[in-house]
Design a protein around this ligand. Structure first.
Ligand SMILES: Nc1ncnc2c1ncn2[C@@H]1O[C@H](COP(=O)(O)OP(=O)(O)O)[C@@H](O)[C@H]1O
Ligand SMILES: [Mg+2]
Length: 279
């Protein structure tokens, strides 16, 4: 790998950085047990209503699955939560007091909302542990991580995250040598280094083996409680696994909520069968 290509990868990574940046634990008022409120949200692209009067509430510590056919507005919904897309109407609150529509992308990330994109964006030429260090919440740069040491508290947090993502034995390996699934877990770990309160995950198991999918379900389930996790996914076996035990599944269709309930409830919902599961 040449010096130029290393810099290219760093510059490339900066596009992603607004979402990765410096979220710190915040005083988020969840006195009503709700962490995220989306109310009456609509957004049109060239006259087409991608989101149409959407109402969605995510509880503090909840793991929520969101399903829906292609074009239902799932990714656009995440774009609105993270400040990438501004809605035409509606409101979006993080806890009782943080108005997301007043904030830009870096401010939203800093308030504690992390987003995992489909494509892993780990630094292939750094080790697993170095990737996690780079994602730490303070102002660590590539150059400081290569030269400096971590505090005891930072070291503990890094070890916890390595354990959580199942890569403790791989900590010294180059990220480039990991499997596709392991890279996805590393990226989830990089988000965890910033201690987000809400984690948004868009189609995490695309391209994974069955075993990796099971492991991913375990990982995301283990994050719930301490974090709220919103998972958008197409793979029904995976969603069934994640939602087992009566977790809430939301079905989006044409930009609004078509149905919400346990996996059994939504699977037996006639409207859902017609638009989605019956396909
Ligand atoms: N930036 C955009 N410009 C124009 N149309 C868009 C844009 N983003 C999304 N859309 C359209 O909005 C609809 C919802 O898209 P998306 O949120 O990506 O759906 P999903 O993730 O559920 O498949 C689609 O019809 C898509 O083509
Ligand atoms: Mg999508």
């Amino acid at each position: 790998m040449t010096v130029a290509s290393v810099f290219e990868q760093i510059l490339d990574r900066d596009h992603v950085y607004p979402f990765m940046q410096r979220a710190r634990p915040h005083d988020i008022d969840v006195s009503h047990q709700v962490l995220l409120y989306l109310e009456g949200i609509s957004v049109s692209f060239d006259g087409f209503k991608a989101i149409n009067d959407l109402n969605l509430y995510i509880n503090d510590g909840e793991l929520r699955c969101i399903i829906g056919p292609n074009g239902a507005g799932k990714t656009t919904m995440m774009d609105i939560i993270t400040g990438k897309t501004r809605p035409d109407t509606g409101s979006a609150w993080f806890g009782q007091t943080i108005n997301l529509l007043d904030m830009d992308e870096p401010a939203i990330a800093q308030a504690g909302i992390g987003r995992k994109f489909q494509k892993p964006t780990v630094f292939e030429f750094l080790s697993v542990a170095e990737n996690l260090e780079l994602a730490m919440e303070d102002d660590r740069t590539l150059w400081t991580i290569l030269s400096s040491r971590l505090s005891g508290e930072q070291r503990d947090h890094l070890d916890q995250v390595l354990e959580m993502i199942g890569l403790a034995d791989q900590r010294l390996l180059h990220a480039g040598s990991l499997s596709h699934g392991q890279k996805q877990w590393l990226e989830i770990g990089m988000l965890m280094m910033q201690r987000p309160r809400l984690l948004l995950v868009d189609e995490p198991v695309a391209g994974m083996t069955h075993q990796e999918m099971d492991r991913t379900a375990e990982l995301l389930t283990s994050l719930a409680g301490q974090h709220s996790v919103v998972v958008v996914e197409h793979d029904m076996d995976f969603v069934r696994n994640l939602a087992a035990g009566g977790r809430t599944v939301t079905v989006l269709h044409q930009g609004s909520v078509l149905a919400e309930g346990t996996m059994d409830e939504v699977q037996n919902n006639q409207k859902v069968v017609e638009v989605y599961l019956g396909e």
